[in-house]
Design a binder for this molecule. Structure first.
Ligand code: AGP
Length: 610
């Protein structure tokens, strides 16, 4: 999830590009760079870290020209460094890229065999070499880009320029965003509208499989084969602040709706269906057969992800898993040894309790590794010298309440479970293939849940004034009950408790009355009947029941005041689906009550103190 900006026109490009990148820093900021063409020459400045470092590089050595491309990076392949910063230039061809090229390794090996030398660890540099090699064979820039697009697979949004054809910028996209800003005698292009609102309100939103050639006088749109397409311009009257949220009222709402894409990005490049294998780039657990047990340690929402991961790993890999709150782990004098794996889950990679937990584990000889969303974060660096890191590709999560990071953690844990099951010889190819097929359907199933948002808003309106909520679930949905309660209380300040449905009769049922809404997760699965029985006990005591049920369930309506229907999926994947309506319910109740959804009182996005 990087930020990209390009400009071609009569003004100096560098100022427009850097100003646009600044508006996109929320898309990632571990390095940045610009490439400007003037008098047939390319001049590039790149800097690690925040955009301010690029600013300084440009002040120290200014560059001039009216055509250029720029990039602020959220690293997925290759650690944050100047070498890995975009743009990548090869033989006068400069490229910036947002996305993940799935087949970059095979292309890299082929290009190296042809004698091409690589300067970075990125997948993007492959594209620079591909385009440059096609130009070397006599093609012009547009032909070279078309030829290269036929060879790559994955998610991408490119800006490409060539110093020998300085009067154009070529862009092409699939699965990553790109918009063209229409000016008079100048054209703009960026990953996202906010970057360009200061210059134009007329945009062409590129669609997957489209390529555009920008000149100062206009834009030509086509498909990757060169078939011309009609240009549809959209007028946007968003305020700049609204634009950063892509028209959503809050970042949290935007991030809830980004989950299908974030999940697809987290799966991308890690699954080979032919042999039902999972490739966890960056994780190195050695001989996993030697692992006797796994401890998952985390905090808050990430801890709830770990609790779901326990079900996934024990079921698919037959490996015993314990879940430990990171803030408790160090103080219980845990039994650790070389046969213990310790997995830290952290969105920020900076949570002090989790960092301390893995440092202790590492000091006692355990193999520590992480599921993390921020490259080169403290937890990622601590694990890099042990079992490594599996990154979720959720992109920066701005809302304090974790949503897309949580569901991509669940996906990462599911992939880890399959990987461990196959490596330990307890999950056969057929079973793994079924798991991967089920997983691939998750993004579209989440889209279907998101499409029911209006009905969840209606439920939120009915219960927004309640002062206490109870969330109930069993099996892999027990952690989702905990997560649903956490989401509600942390953004709406309404007291909410998550509980195992089976535990109701051991005390909490005394709380039930007609003023306490009870959210029950009663989707299809091995614990369905028991869960329904627990909810009927609530009903019998005049409890108000909001029940999540699997589509086609005709029984639940008889006991529920409100039903939220979700698509059917494998019980181990069900938590990824059932958490979505609970995110939306919490969000809309909070929004109705007017709390600061993105930055709730007393909370921080990353808790770097113990
Ligand atoms: C999530 O909604 C919370 N804001 C919080 O519980 C968070 O999950 C917890 O602080 C852990 O953060 P981490 O994932 O960055 O380690």
């Amino acid at each position: 999830m990087c930020g990209i900006v390009g400009y071609i026109g009569r003004e100096e490009a560098v100022g427009i590009i850097v100003e646009g990148l600044r508006k996109l820093e929320y898309r990632g900021y571990d390095s940045a760079g610009v490439s400007i063409i003037k008098d047939g020459k390319t001049d590039i400045r790149r800097a690690v870290g925040k955009l301010a470092n690029l600013d300084k590089a440009l002040r120290d050595k200014p560059i001039f020209g009216n055509t250029g491309i720029g990039h602020t990076r959220w690293a997925t392949h290759g650690r944050p460094s100047e070498q890995n910063a975009h743009p990548h230039e090869v033989d006068g061809v400069s490229i910036v890229h947002n996305g993940i090229l799935e087949n970059y390794m095979e292309l890299k090996h082929r290009l190296q065999a042809q004698g091409r030398k690589f300067k970075s660890e990125t997948d993007t540099e492959i594209m620079s070499h591909l385009v440059a090699s096609h130009i070397a064979e006599g093609r012009n820039l547009i032909e070279a880009v078309r030829a290269s697009l036929k060879e790559i697979r994955g998610a991408f949004a490119f800006l490409i320029q060539h110093e020998k054809e300085p009067n154009k910028i070529v862009t092409a996209k699939t699965a990553s965003p790109m918009v063209v800003g229409v000016g008079k005698g100048e054209m703009f292009v960026a990953s996202d509208i906010p970057a360009l609102l200061g210059h134009t309100r007329d945009f062409i939103i590129l669609e997957d499989g489209q390529m555009a050639v920008l000149t100062a006088d206009g834009v030509e749109l086509s498909d990757f084969d060169g078939n011309a397409l009609p240009v549809k311009t959209k007028h946007v009257d968003w305020s700049p602040v609204m634009a950063e949220k892509a028209g959503h009222k809050h970042f949290m709402h935007k991030e809830i709706h980004e989950q299908p894409t974030a999940i697809a990005d987290t799966i991308r490049g890690r699954v080979l269906m032919e042999d039902a294998s999972v490739h966890l780039d960056g994780v190195n657990l050695g001989d996993v057969k030697k692992l006797r047990r796994l401890i998952i340690t985390a905090c808050g929402t990430s801890f709830h992800a770990g609790m779901v991961g326990k079900f996934m790993i024990e079921k698919l890999a037959r490996l015993g898993v314990d879940c430990d709150l990171a803030s408790e782990f160090r103080y219980r004098d845990p039994v650790l040894d070389e046969e213990t794996g310790v997995l830290a889950i952290s969105q920020s990679g900076e949570t002090a309790d989790t960092l301390a937990a893995i440092k202790l584990a590492k000091s006692q000889g355990a193999t520590v590794f992480a599921v993390c969303n921020v490259l080169e974060s403290s937890i990622a660096r601590e694990c890099a010298t042990s079992g490594g890191v599996m990154y979720t590709h959720a992109g920066p999560e701005i809302g304090v309440a974790s949503t897309k990071a949580f569901t991509t953690q669940l996906v990462a844990l599911y992939l880890l479970a399959i990987y461990l099951g196959r490596a330990r010889g307890v999950l056969d190819k057929g079973a793994a293939q079924k798991c991967l097929e089920d997983l691939r359907e998750i993004p579209s199933k989440i889209e279907r849940v998101l499409a029911t948002e209006a009905s969840i808003i209606a439920i939120a309106r009915r219960y927004a004034q309640a002062r206490d909520f109870l969330f109930l679930g069993r099996g892999p949905n027990f952690p989702i009950a905990l997560e649903g309660a956490l989401k509600l209380k942390e953004i709406s300040y309404i007291h909410a408790e998550g509980y195992s449905a089976g535990e109701m009769k051991h005390g909490p049922i005394a709380l039930i009355d007609d003023k306490m809404p009870v959210v029950g997760i009663a989707t299809e699965g091995p614990v369905y009947d028991k869960t329904v029985a627990n909810l009927e006990e609530v009903r019998a005591r005049n409890g108000k029941l909001i029940i999540l049920a699997t589509e086609g369930d005709s029984k639940i309506a008889a006991i529920a005041d409100d039903v939220i229907v979700v698509p059917r999926t494998d019980p181990l994947l069900d938590p990824i689906i059932t958490t979505i309506p609970l995110q939306l319910l919490a969000y809309h109740i909070a929004d109705i009550n007017g709390t600061d959804v993105d930055q709730p009182r007393n909370l921080a996005k990353s808790v770097t103190v113990e």
